[in-house]
Design a protein. Structure first.
Length: 72
């Protein structure tokens, strides 16, 4: 099952300007964030919660940003 993180990437760019800046705020390496956004590794629950806080997302929007399935 592959997830579409396009909306999440857009929000990261909107709020932080780059994935590099956001990865620093998250306490992740750029590589780790890249692997997550490209579906190679998954987001852990604490990471999702922290990202929501940093990106000023409502917890009710988690499914839109983290669990939207890619259309095949």
């Amino acid at each position: 099952m592959a997830y579409d993180y396009a909306k999440l990437v857009g929000r990261i760019t909107e709020k932080y300007g780059s994935q590099a800046t956001f990865s620093t705020a998250m306490g992740l390496s750029e590589r780790s964030l890249s692997l997550k956004l490209n579906g190679k590794t998954g987001f852990k629950q604490p990471e999702i919660s922290k990202a929501c806080n940093l990106l000023e997302l409502e917890h009710t929007d988690i499914s839109l940003y983290f669990f939207t399935l890619k259309v095949q």
